[in-house]
Design a protein around this ligand. Structure first.
Ligand code: LMR
Length: 331
């Protein structure tokens, strides 16, 4: 009798119980105190609240679960249900179109970026992920990138010969080549150690990433150049997303819409605070390019647009130019 009870009890425990929450593992590579880190946390809180506890979101920040490339594989295999990778990391998926966001100087402001991410182009890009088993859900902002190195960078030629860490984007590769630097693709989690050890000489990132990864502690110079943008797409495993009951999906969509407004509302401020902290730390020289120096970078980097247009897709590049008002002929 006792054995029978024990068997019954263990059977009951192994059966899926109606009250068991749906678990969403959400992996990302940055620190908790960044725009993406905070937005992921906000999404978790709202998703759990709006689903009445029917969903539990487990956020894994700082590459604790997966690094850059592995994240995509984990998402496609269903080992995690959500990720929010940088738009510059889609080429290992065989998606070149997202590299349109890496074109240097194509966005002058967040407002211009939002005309793309919030418009038809953004919608088309997210939809294009479905044949890869990925549901594109939203775009989250980070910010404009600055260069950092162990030498002052005021003019394009100052980057000549430097080994510069980049994300896995061919456009970023060409960007560094156009400046005479040697691009080196590396996972985000490895950048600090590589800078410290001198494996690479410098990098580019928005200030929130620079500061929270302590990169400024191993870089003597940061140049505010705003030469390119780094933002994210929030993605889910398509099969998982489509298997969700309608009401749960609606709760998650509501949570995501609010987390997206939150992310895009804090990103610029977070980056401004991060560079203020870098300055206050006293060990790193922070320099902002003059208008004339910025124009020299723009001039040096315009050929990247021409070189990469076919790879990205001319029609897409032109749609982005129309949305932002970027004129490749104006130099
Ligand atoms: C990087 O690798 O530099 C960034 O994509 C990290 C991130 O997710 O912001």
């Amino acid at each position: 009798m006792r054995i029978l009870l024990a068997v019954l009890l263990s059977l009951m425990l192994s059966l899926p119980c109606a009250a068991e929450p749906i678990v969403i593992k959400f992996s990302h590579v940055v620190a908790v105190g960044t725009p993406k880190g905070k937005a992921a946390q906000r999404f978790k809180e709202l998703a759990e609240k709006y689903s009445g506890g029917a969903v539990r979101v487990e956020v894994f920040p700082d590459s604790t679960l997966y690094k850059d490339k592995e994240e995509f594989e984990a998402l496609q295999l269903g080992a995690v249900q959500m990720i929010a990778p940088s738009l510059a990391k889609f080429s290992p998926l065989g998606m070149r179109s997202f590299e349109v966001f890496d074109l240097p100087f194509v966005f002058d402001s967040e407002e211009e970026l939002h005309r793309v991410t919030g418009g038809e182009v953004g919608e088309r890009l997210l939809e294009s992920l479905e044949p890869r088993g990925i549901k594109g859900l939203a775009f989250w902002d980070n910010g404009f990138k600055s260069f950092s190195a162990n030498r002052p960078i005021h003019r394009p030629e100052d980057l000549r010969g430097l080994r510069m860490r980049i994300q896995s984007s061919q456009v970023l590769h060409e960007q560094m080549r156009a400046l005479g630097a040697q691009p080196q693709v590396m996972a985000f989690s490895e950048v600090f150690d590589a800078l410290r050890a001198g494996v690479v000489d410098g990098t580019e990132n928005p200030h929130s990433n620079l500061y929270t990864q302590h990169m400024h502690e191993v870089q003597s110079d940061v140049t505010i150049s705003r030469h390119g943008y780094l933002g994210y797409a929030v993605l889910a495993n398509l099969r998982f997303w489509e298997s969700l009951p309608w009401a749960i999906r609606a709760a998650l969509e509501r949570a995501l819409a609010e987390a997206t407004s939150y992310a895009n509302g804090i990103a610029a401020k977070e980056n401004a605070e991060a560079i203020a902290r870098v300055k206050a730390s006293g060990g790193t020289e922070v320099y902002e390019l003059t208008a004339e120096e910025r124009a020299a970078f723009r001039h040096a980097l315009l050929p990247v647009h021409r070189k990469m247009a076919d790879r990205i897709g001319r029609e897409l590049v032109e749609a982005v130019y129309r949305a932002t008002g970027f004129d490749p002929a104006a130099d």
